[in-house]
Design a protein around this ligand. Structure first.
Ligand SMILES: Nc1ncnc2c1ncn2[C@@H]1O[C@H](COP(=O)(O)OP(=O)(O)OP(=O)(O)O)[C@@H](O)[C@H]1O
Ligand SMILES: [Mg+2]
Length: 186
């Protein structure tokens, strides 16, 4: 699909993917008004990243109260690697995803497990994680993804979020403040 008037944004995405190919993880939040073309930009990144593995998730408003729902979308196909994680992390993520029973997992361990899982998968080939409609992420998933985004360093992982920005936030133009604490990452 041809994107009109988005050369600058596409160049930023090209640069981000180049950094990740070189083994440096990157995270970016695409934020803007409804219909402005955020999903289209994620589509551009996916098309451009033909040499990447791509994992996807989207925030779903009706699932905002379901802890780890979005994370399950993103990591569901990575679970074959679960046994590579240290036991406590594997157990935490397994319980979070309902693979086995247990009391509510420690969020810190879930964050570490996500970090480990993304690194594991990216060891084969660079990994592009696309998280659309991040304004509707359940809080537990947003927390785990933000945790991982802050800590991935020398791993070929790109975390790309798209989130709507509410009108009051847009009015404070330039400040780019999130509408609620979310997966903002640098
Ligand atoms: N730069 C562009 N050039 C051409 N078409 C575009 C461009 N940006 C967006 N579109 C088209 O406009 C429509 C809305 O774009 P898109 O769904 O990406 O917006 P969005 O910001 O993700 O919206 P929402 O906030 O509802 O998720 C889509 O049909 C998309 O293909
Ligand atoms: Mg969209």
């Amino acid at each position: 699909m041809t994107l009109w008037g988005r050369r600058q944004q596409c160049e930023v995405l090209d640069g981000l993917l180049a950094e990740v190919r070189a083994g440096r993880s990157r995270a970016l939040v695409v934020r803007g008004a409804p219909g402005i073309g955020k999903t289209a930009l994620l589509g551009y990144a996916a098309e451009t990243a033909q040499d990447f593995q791509v994992a996807r998730a989207e925030g779903i408003e009706s699932e905002m109260e379901l802890p780890f729902a979005a994370l399950h979308q993103l990591c569901g196909r990575m679970l074959g690697r679960l046994d590579r994680l240290p036991g406590p992390q594997r157990d935490a993520l397994g319980v979070a995803f309902g693979l086995w029973s247990g009391s509510a997992p420690e969020r810190f361990l879930v964050g570490l497990a996500v970090l480990g899982l993304l690194s594991e998968v990216a060891a084969d080939r660079p990994l592009l994680c696309l998280v659309d409609d991040a304004q509707w992420l359940d809080r537990a998933s947003a927390q785990a993804l933000a945790f991982a985004a802050r800590r991935l360093l020398a791993d070929p992982v790109a975390l790309l979020f798209a989130a709507r920005q509410c009108a009051p936030c847009r009015a404070r133009s330039g400040l780019a403040s999130p509408c609620r604490p979310g997966p903002a990452a640098g």
